[in-house]
Ligand binder design. Structure first.
Ligand SMILES: [Fe+2]
Ligand SMILES: [Fe+2]
Length: 162
């Protein structure tokens, strides 16, 4: 029996398989993120949640491909050591632009995907997303970041292992 998770993963493979298999995304598996996860695992979780949200409602003018690709690439700038090794507040400001740069250069990202990536840290950045793709990414990223933070608190204060 096909579950919702299987179906969502099929969509992600179809629309973003080349990203998942790319050398840079593979490298993202080795880059820690939010203490107990890594950039690739977090980005995949964000993508799964965003596609889940996308399917809850009708978005007639929104291509699921843009949702998948913007989500998979939103933190790819963290694979750049210059960004990853900077202090956290600088990292929060600078990684969306670096992600967009890499997404454009290496993954041929379109304008919808690039705007969503650039503004996914709102309200840290002043300008909010301007499309459903951007809002889906922002909501899914906040959801997954909150889950990562709760996992960190569980491990730190209750001694539960990841
Ligand atoms: Fe981010
Ligand atoms: Fe993120």
């Amino acid at each position: 029996m096909t579950t919702e998770k299987d179906r969502i993963n099929e969509i992600i493979q179809r629309e973003g398989g080349d990203i998942l298999e790319s050398e840079r995304f593979q490298r993202a598996r080795t880059i820690p993120h939010h203490k107990y996860t890594n950039v690739a695992e977090h980005s995949l979780a964000v993508t799964e949640w965003a596609v889940h949200l996308y399917e809850q409602r009708d978005y007639p003018d929104t291509d699921v491909r843009d949702v998948v690709r913007a989500c998979l690439l939103h933190d790819i700038g963290m694979t750049d050591p210059e960004i990853h090794d900077s202090v956290s507040f600088l990292k929060a400001y600078s990684h969306p632009e670096r992600s967009a740069l890499i997404a454009a250069r290496e993954y041929n990202a379109n304008e919808v995907q690039l705007h969503a990536i650039r503004h996914h840290m709102w309200p840290v950045c002043v300008i909010p997303p301007d499309s459903p793709v951007g809002w889906l990414l922002l909501r899914a990223d906040k959801h997954c970041t909150r889950s990562d933070a709760l996992r960190f608190l569980d491990i730190t204060f209750r001694g539960q292992q990841p």
